[in-house]
Structure formats: structure tokens, C-alpha cells
Write a protein that binds this ligand. Structure first.
Ligand code: FMN
Ligand code: SF4
Ligand code: SF4
Length: 252
């Protein structure tokens, strides 16, 4: 079973690529989280988790979802992390969850995709993003091939320094930086509801004709990037930066 979480579509793209090659079931964790349902799966094929890197680790929302779900058929788990530079300590957390859930750890591999974290980093123009995705395809192919042959992918643990620095930063980062209170909407908003639909945490509502954010955001960046009118800003940090949504994967 391929289980993915994706804010702006990079991980969805990779998950759909793998689904096309592996012909396995595919489930969107974001949909499950939005509908408040967990997974109870009897699928005997390996579990393949595809998600973005958040602060050198898998998103806590993904880890919490995996902890609570039940995978009664799968014995092995692969982790594919999409990132904009490096997955940092992610393999450490993936190995830990495998221990907790009783999976054989089959490795954690990163795929570099376009940056989506426009509130803290610079996003790239469309043509550069297309090039990054094109260059990532051979790695997706290698991973699909290894999984098809039931071989492990990257098994090396991250450096101790990476693990320690991530452990130190992660909790304070989520506590002090991952918030929705800087999101604001301009008069360009046409109340189309796309941001509401895109939020995997049901954190956005339109009330009295105005888009409003509640307080359980995970900074997936779907809302600000998907708005067709670029009506959403995150304080001044996002002003003038290109918005990014991954293209849809087209089946081969
Ligand atoms: C909250 C947050 C934290 C991020 N942290 C990292 C990081 O530590 N390293 C990195 O290379 N990319 C980081 N990124 C970039 C994303 O991992 C990358 O763009 C990813 O492919 C987005 O996947 P998605 O489109 O499936 O949501 C971060 C993005 C967000 C939103
Ligand atoms: S996606 Fe943009 S235009 Fe549509 S409701 Fe949200 S803020 Fe308004
Ligand atoms: S409010 Fe926006 S950034 Fe926060 S979780 Fe929802 S879609 Fe993602």
C-alpha cells in the first residue's frame, strides 16, 4: 500500500509515479486526516510512505497518523521523503516508527523536488521547478525498481549531529513557528473555497464572506500556494515570491 501526505503536490506526484509502476493501492493520508479516519489495512504488500520533509524530519502529523493506524498485512515499510535540499534526520525517525509498529525497515530515500516553504525560503519560477521534477524521475524509477524486487533502499542512518540538532529544534519549531496567525487574505479573494478544500487539517473556513484560519495549522503550505488569485500572504514573508503547486502526474 502506498500511503502519502502532500501539501503542494510533490509527494503526491511521487506517490502516483510509484503507484503507476507498482500497481498497488494508494491512499491520501490528508483525506483520512480531514475526514478524521484512520487506516485499518490487511494489504500484505510492503507499506510505502511518501511525504515531505518538515524541519529535517517527517511531518509530526504523518508520524501521529502512522502510530494510530493499523497495518495488519504489511511486514515491511519503505519511506520516500520529498524535500528541497536534504532529508536530514528523517531516516532516524522512520526507523524508530518501524520499531514501534513492528515493521522491517526497508530504508528511507530522499527525492529532491521544488521548494514549497515560501514563508521562510525562496520559491522558484515554473520552468526551474519543471526541470527539478524532470531530474528527479530517474531516482523515482530506481526506487520503484528496488521495491518491485523487494530490495532495501537507502539504509544508512543519519549522522549523530543531524539527529541531535533536529531533536533540539523540532519541538520548539512546531511550538513557536508553525502557526497560522500570519496568514492574511486580500480583496483579490473570490471566495472560491479552494484553500478550504486544500487544507488537510480543516483549519480554514469562509465566514461572512471572509477566509479565516483556526489554530491547528501544520504549515503544509497548500492554502497559500493553491490560491488562484494569489490573495493569501503570510505576513510580509511571502510577498513577491512565486507560488508553487506540483503538476499532476501523467500516467505512462
Ligand atoms: C514546514 C516545512 C518544512 C520544511 N523543511 C524542509 C527541510 O528541513 N529540508 C528540506 O529539504 N525541505 C524542507 N521543506 C520543503 C519540502 O519538504 C518540499 O518542498 C516538499 O517536497 C514538499 O512536499 P509536498 O508538495 O508533497 O507538500 C519544508 C517545507 C515545509 C512546508
Ligand atoms: S483560494 Fe484564494 S480566492 Fe479562493 S477562497 Fe481561498 S483565498 Fe479566496
Ligand atoms: S492552514 Fe494552510 S498551511 Fe496550515 S495546514 Fe491548512 S492548508 Fe496547510
Amino acid at each position: 500500500m502506498i500511503l502519502y501526505f502532500s501539501g503542494t503536490g510533490n509527494s503526491k506526484y511521487v506517490a502516483e509515479y510509484l503507484q503507476d509502476k507498482l500497481q498497488d493501492d494508494i491512499v491520501d493520508m490528508g483525506d483520512c486526516i480531514k475526514q478524521n479516519v484512520l487506516i485499518r489495512s490487511q494489504n500484505k504488500r510492503p507499506l510505502i510512505i511518501v511525504c515531505p520533509v518538515y524541519v529535517s524530519a517527517p511531518p509530526t502529523i504523518v508520524m501521529d497518523f502512522l502510530k494510530k493506524s493499523k497495518f495488519e498485512g504489511s511486514k515491511q515499510a519503505y519511506f520516500i521523503m520529498t524535500c528541497a535540499g536534504g532529508m536530514g534526520a528523517s531516516p532516524y525517525y522512520c526507523r524508530e516508527i518501524c520499531k514501534e509498529k513492528g515493521f522491517e525497515y526497508m530504508g528511507c530515500e530522499q527525492i529532491e523536488m521544488p521548494q514549497n516553504y515560501l514563508v521562510f525560503f525562496k520559491t522558484k519560477e515554473k520552468d526551474e521547478c519543471e526541470k527539478i521534477i524532470e531530474e528527479a524521475i530517474p531516482k523515482m524509477e530506481q526506487i520503484a525498481d528496488a521495491i518491485l524486487r523487494e530490495l532495501p533502499i537507502a539504509l544508512e542512518p543519519p549522522g549523530k549531529g543531524d539527529i541531535l540538532s533536529t531533536q533540539m529544534v523540532l519541538k520548539p519549531y512546531y511550538k513557536y513557528f508553525i502557526k497560522a496567525d500570519k496568514f492574511m487574505v486580500s480583496d483579490a479573494c473570490i471566495q472560491c473555497g479552494k484553500c478550504v478544500k486544500a487544507c488537510p487539517l480543516n483549519n480554514i473556513q469562509i465566514q461572512d464572506g471572509k477566509v479565516e484560519w483556526a489554530d491547528h495549522c501544520t504549515h503544509c503550505m497548500a492554502c497559500i500556494n493553491c490560491c488562484p488569485k494569489q490573495a493569501i500572504e503570510y505576513g510580509k514573508q511571502s510577498v513577491g515570491k512565486p507560488r508553487y503547486m506540483a503538476p499532476k502526474y501523467k500516467k505512462s
